[in-house]
Write a protein that binds this ligand. Sequence first.
Ligand SMILES: Nc1ncnc2c1ncn2[C@@H]1O[C@H](COP(=O)(O)OP(=O)(O)OP(=O)(O)O)[C@@H](O)[C@H]1O
Ligand SMILES: [Mg+2]
Length: 500
Amino acid sequence: MSEFGTVISTFEGPCTRKFSFVIKKDQVVKRGQFVQVPVEGGKLIGRIADVFKTNRYFMRPESVEKYESSKPMEEIFPVNNWEYLVADVVPLGVYGKEGMFEEVSFPPSPGVRVHEPDHKILHKFLGLDNKGLEIGELPYHNVKVRVNLTKLLQKHFAILAISGAGKSYLASVLLEELLKRTREEGQIGTVIVDTHGEYVSFAEDPKFSDRIGVFPANEIRIGLPNLTSHQIAEFLPKLSTVQVRELTRFLREMKSGKKHFGISELIQVIEEDEKAKSATKDVLVSVLYDLMETGLFGASDYPLAKEIAQQGKISIIDLSPFISSRKKQMVVAHIARRLFNGRRDSKVPPFLLVLEEAHQFVPETAKAENAISRGIVQTIAREGRKFHASLCLISQRPIQLSTTALSQCNTHVILRVTNPYDLDHIGRSAEGITRDLQNQISGLRVGTGLIIGESVNFPIFVKIRKRESRESKRGIPLEEAAKEFSERAKQRKEDAKSFM
Ligand SMILES: Nc1ncnc2c1ncn2[C@@H]1O[C@H](COP(=O)(O)OP(=O)(O)OP(=O)(O)O)[C@@H](O)[C@H]1O
Ligand SMILES: [Mg+2]
């Protein structure tokens, strides 16, 4: 392993919290890089917090000013020979003699050599897993970042960043990794709520298409006979308790009669009823008409939970045909509930539910009419781990995302975030984000992210790997989209001409 430099003695160190080393002339060492030095009891692993330059010729302002006023200093002194690079290191832990990791209780001695860490040690030290999901690589080190599936999914995770920072790209990389898993390694069912229809490109990619199911939102049906009155009431947050009670009675009557019925039959029964007050009936009929207009309700469920969650496969719920956010939420609420209940009864395999634009489905503020999916998603966030029902929340507005849900995500992958309110919110909801890391998040470039939380032993930056699947056309640059549009218009004109 290459030698980076030598530990020096400074006013503040070496101590257990920090030390500095002077960098060898031929070495390039960057902030964020990991280093290894020998200490009592093992090898200390640290992270370079900063790199700075010193030159004793320029330490005293009065002499610099004096000399420079007559001649440039480099003409008088060999100043270039006296410039040194010094790195400040924050010790993270000690890799003990028996392969155990310990806290840093002893500083390295001045004079000891600093090295690039042994990759095997670094891998173990960071809590990575050789058989895990390969997200990318550690910057500056040739070490693959593979995170353990259980550690990442069991307690949910979130992908947070501004628009265009690469959230969907990273999610696609993760989906590829999930698809690569063999039966022996343990396969889960993955369901992605695709608000913009951008994951549909997976289904068009011959490498993956056989394991992808696409469910356009306008084909989804919520089977009325399968709903309890409580579940219907979830879609109708404005109903009073009395109205819900009456609705329950009607539903019970319907269910005891025939097995297949839709909203129109339910409405008919309510209209013909003689026991309920006419005001109650009017309200129920009016809200049910409203539900009927969504076109989402039918006599049976389509697709069934077991069709959506299948081991080793991915189901894409394509919400792009819907404009109404209420309808999108209804679909999400329904699917999340079916999946979660299916998990509780062990009727569906362990699953991961990926929510793009999660702030739309689990918002922080619960305005009754637009938070239909909030309850069930929060329930999965709180209780899902017991049933192996996992969530991946993706959002560009973390501040609008439910704190309850976000705080249950024990791993955060943070790409570039610039808004100070969002940064602050992330800082408060993810444990272990120091001020220094927060500053680095706003400077991240597309393709790099920070993983923090239970999946890794320390916050680590990662260069996201290239995706193997076909990218969605919706992600192409504006110029390309414009060119493609005029190309198609030209083609249409030519087609029309040849037709005449
Ligand atoms: N790791 C990466 N390597 C190469 N290109 C990337 C990477 N991540 C993102 N990109 C590119 O950056 C663009 C934006 O990425 P992406 O669509 O994933 O952003 P996003 O965060 O999902 O944005 P939005 O919030 O608008 O959905 C895409 O064109 C994508 O190809
Ligand atoms: Mg996206």
